[in-house]
Design a protein around this ligand. Structure first.
Ligand code: CP
Length: 319
């Protein structure tokens, strides 16, 4: 994937396609800007005019609740117009190519295209084909990347636990198929995290997990010991071949975050999960609802992070 096309020649963010290629300065700029949107008396997100004459198009070729809706709300908080393309009702079903769909959306004078697609590299492809004044945001492409999810996760961890470089952090579950995990690992490295662990069965790890720069564990008891932040993942069954999961509820027994497995971690360990959560599959229902879980706060923070990203892209367009 091309990290370079994310930036203008002068180093400004033009598209957000992946965390790779971003500097710690870029990442902190996004997190700090997101924080400013909460600086109101009632802690409601601010309403500003940044996208007053701009249109954001949401092109979601895969289902989404959180990402699509928070991009819409973020654009509206920035006073932008929003076009939500209904893919099932679109000419895609008549054989129109991704490139042609995008060129038509661009012709409708959309300024920021937010794309989710099942193919890794789809957002890069779109970024290479849009006009110079149009920005593209990757809202999840296949197994590859989900950069705004990783940014909102960093924001949430920093908010609840402070300096990320001092924390022991474990990512638990289906690492192999997870674009979220890939982006989280890149973001954690950028934030200076010293101890990043992944905990998963061998069948749910990429073929060369050591290349991720993380410690690999196959059981929760050793993997979660002294962990400050537990980042749970959903089983991405839609991307799995048969035979990767143990039969019955063995996965939950071995890798589910339960009352018992939580005792292995630090007593104040923070729990995050990108959603959608599958209760009783990767996480015990009442733990997902407990004060230790920041799952719904992640969603709120996602609006602010997406406001921050679109603000920076708009600044680049206006420069
Ligand atoms: N976390 C996440 O991407 O959720 P959605 O699939 O609902 O957008």
């Amino acid at each position: 994937m091309s990290k370079g096309i994310q930036f203008t020649r002068s180093g400004r963010l033009k598209h957000l396609l992946t965390i790779e290629g971003l500097s710690k300065k870029h990442l902190l700029e996004i997190l700090d800007l997101a924080e400013t949107f909460f600086k109101t008396d009632n802690h409601k997100l601010s309403q500003v005019d940044t996208l007053k004459n701009s249109t954001v198009a949401n092109l979601f070729f895969e289902p989404s609740t959180r990402t699509r809706s928070t991009f819409e709300l973020a654009a509206k908080n920035l006073s932008g117009k929003v076009l939500n393309l209904n893919i099932q009702q679109s000419a895609t079903t008549k054989g129109e190519t991704l490139r042609d769909t995008v060129k038509n959306i661009e012709a409708m004078q959309c300024d920021i295209l937010v794309i989710r697609h099942s193919t890794a590299g789809a957002a890069d492809f779109v970024a290479k084909h849009v006009a110079p004044g149009v920005s593209v945001i990757n809202a999840g492409d296949g197994w590859h990347a989900h950069p705004t999810q990783a940014l909102l996760d960093m924001y949430t961890i920093r908010k609840h636990r402070g300096d990320i470089n001092k924390l022991n952090i474990a990512i638990v579950g289906d690492i192999k198929h997870s674009r979220v995990a890939r982006s989280q690992i890149h973001a954690l490295h950028l934030m200076g995290a010293q101890n990043i662990r992944v905990i998963a069965p061998k069948t749910l790890l990429p073929s060369h997990p050591d290349a991720l720069g993380v410690s690999v564990f196959h059981d929760l008891k050793t993997g979660l010991t002294d962990v400050d932040v537990i980042m749970m993942l959903r089983l991405q069954r839609e991307r799995m071949k048969n035979g990767l999961l143990p039969k019955g509820n063995a996965y939950y027994r071995m890798y589910g975050l339960t009352e018992e497995s939580l005792t292995y971690a630090h007593p104040n360990a923070l729990i995050v999960h990108p959603g959608p959560i599958n209760r009783g599959v990767e996480i015990q229902s009442d733990i997902a609802d407990s004060p230790r879980a920041a799952i719904l706060d992640q969603v709120t923070n996602g609006v602010a992070i997406r406001m921050a990203v679109m603000t920076l892209l708009k600044e680049t367009q206006s420069a």
